[in-house]
Design a protein around this ligand. Structure first.
Ligand code: BES
Ligand code: MN
Ligand code: ZN
Length: 521
């Protein structure tokens, strides 16, 4: 059930003469003008000049009459009736014109995404959006390309027959640039394709039905994609996990008929890289029923997305193989299904983890930290300088930061690098503390640590997750835990380049960071 790929290429033909099904242009809003006096208050963004000329100066006026305001996310379609070659123009809102600068990359990324999404039903679409011709040009071109590809994503789904009224997603995106033969521009397009392809993989895995993506099936799918990308893959099955001392993954996995897995994916750069090693870890709970501490049934289906961290990490590796950064990267992906059954782990159990620490289980629904503790400890035994872990770990993240901003905990410098990387790519994160009193509250009467607050106090819920995971990171490793409980899955209406379902967060943050580490250590 994989979603279709979209092709992307550059064109330098005059947009007015492009033989495509639709041309996307940008419009800015003009704040300060009175409502009711809308005509003429729009401003066409650069890139649309030749199209405006073909309309004899009436394009802005016509768009305003059709209701365009230039607000972000707005898409107004217009039949061209022979004025230009393409039969349809789609004007996408870019918000107010930034003074003396091109729109921020995230504005362009969202606009391109919204436009390509709104143009489902057209096969070939050209984006004639404002691109600066200065040092910001690569970032803008990258943003437009990524946005177009991500906004055009559609999950294949499981319908047995095609829906008659359904408009097929855009198949081909052309980006209008001044010089389509420019090598630097071509490199940006190639990068955007690699990144968008990784996001597509992660969204497909997240959107898959949980009966179709049990831990063994998920492991097979990840392993075959990674091997096809030329990466080295090792899969530990339930026997290897039990014999290897992976107590956390084994405990969570033992309640399900579908046994757990730990997938290890390695990328080694030609020549060995800078000496710094990066480890990625992602939570792969293919379905989280809560286990014996069962969840309420309302909304439980969204727990098919409890492997969004695993999907992001595995998908990021596919792009790493293509982008070939000069730093070795290994991903550790623990996979299990959290189910209640006669063999399930239970509250009160004491589990010996991979690093030898003993954990008292108080709530089987805090399963993510159990499988992650083992995977983090294994990454530290193999050796790494940076450890980036991501997981749909706590509802507390959603309460604290909402559905768009991920929480990040760990060593302060790396947390700040995660925040900066997230800001650069449009995946916001915010640093959170790891307070000593929260750790104190997790002291166990019988074991080394309780899995959650010993009195089941939910205060600082997200922080308890971070504090617990810290127990499995060795001293010298710089680490960050990125809680994506909210941003990993989008249950609302599509917006910008986010479609419904898996978002692909934080694939692009991870890739940005890995490239940054490859450049500057
Ligand atoms: N997978 C959930 C967290 C989650 C909640 C992700 C909502 C996405 C949306 C996690 O395993 C969980 O159940 N967490 C519990 C922890 C508690 C039992 C300590 C929670 O958040 O309530
Ligand atoms: Mn849970
Ligand atoms: Zn979970």
């Amino acid at each position: 059930m994989t979603s279709p790929t979209i092709s992307l290429s550059l064109v330098d033909t005059d947009p007015a003469e492009l033989a495509v099904d639709a041309i996307v242009i940008g419009v800015h809003s003009q704040p300060g003008e009175r409502v009711g006096d809308l005509v003429g208050t729009l401003l066409l963004a650069s890139g649309a000049e030749s199209i405006a000329a073909a309309f004899d100066g009436k394009l802005t006026e016509t768009l305003a009459l059709l209701g365009a305001t230039g607000g972000p996310g707005e898409v107004i379609k217009l039949a061209t009736l022979g004025t230009v070659t393409a039969p349809v123009i789609a004007a996408v809102g870019l918000g107010p014109e930034p003074t003396g600068a091109a729109p921020a990359p995230e504005i362009l990324r969202r606009a391109a995404g919204a436009a390509v999404r709104a143009l489902a039903g057209s096969t070939r679409v050209a984006l004639a959006l404002p691109l600066p011709d200065d040092a910001d040009a690569p970032a803008a071109l990258r943003a437009v390309s990524e946005g177009g590809l991500l906004g055009g994503y559609r999950f294949a789904g499981y319908k047995t027959r095609p829906q008659p009224a359904r408009r097929e997603p855009v198949a081909e995106v052309l980006v209008a640039v001044p010089d389509a033969g420019d090598a630097a521009a071509a490199a940006e397009v190639a990068r955007a394709q690699a990144v968008a392809n990784a996001v597509r993989f992660s969204r497909d895995w997240v959107n898959a039905a949980p009966n179709e993506l049990s831990p063994p099936a998920f492991a097979d799918s990840v392993a075959s994609a990674a091997r096809a990308a030329g990466l080295e893959v090792e899969v530990l099955d339930e026997v290897a996990l039990r014999e290897g001392g992976y107590g956390g993954i084994t405990a969570v996995g033992q309640g399900s008929q579908a046994p757990p897995r730990l997938v290890r994916i390695s990328y080694t750069p030609a020549g060995g890289g800078t000496g710094k090693r990066v480890a990625l870890v992602g939570k792969g709970i293919t379905f989280d029923s809560g286990g014996v501490s069962i969840k309420p049934s309302q909304g439980m289906w969204e727990m098919k997305a409890d492997m969004a961290g695993a999907a992001a990490v595995a998908a990021a590796m596919l792009a790493v193989a293509e982008l070939a950064p000069a730093v070795p990267v290994t991903a550790y992906v623990p996979m299990a299904e959290n189910m209640p059954s006669g063999t399930a782990y239970r509250p009160g159990d004491v589990i010996t983890m991979f690093n030898g620490k003993r954990v008292e289980v108080l709530n089987t629904d805090a399963e993510g930290r159990m499988i992650l503790g083992d995977a983090i400890a294994r990454a530290c035994v193999d050796g790494c300088d940076y450890l980036l872990e991501t997981s749909t770990l706590t509802g507390g993240q959603v309460v604290a930061l909402g559905k768009k901003v991920a929480g990040v905990m760990g060593t302060p410098e790396l947390c700040e690098r995660v925040r900066t990387a997230g800001e650069a790519v449009g995946e916001p994160t915010w640093p959170m503390p790891l307070p000593e009193d929260v750790r104190k509250g997790m002291d166990s009467e019988v074991a080394d640590i309780s899995q959650v607050n010993a009195g089941m106090d939910r205060a600082g819920h997200m922080l308890q997750g971070g504090v617990f995971l810290r127990e499995f990171v060795t001293e010298e490793v710089a680490w960050a835990h990125i809680d994506i409980a909210g941003p990993g899955y989008h249950s609302g209406e599509p917006t910008g380049y986010w479609t419904k379902g898996g978002t692909g967060v934080p694939v692009r943050t991870l890739l940005h960071l890995i490239e940054d580490i490859a450049r500057q250590g």
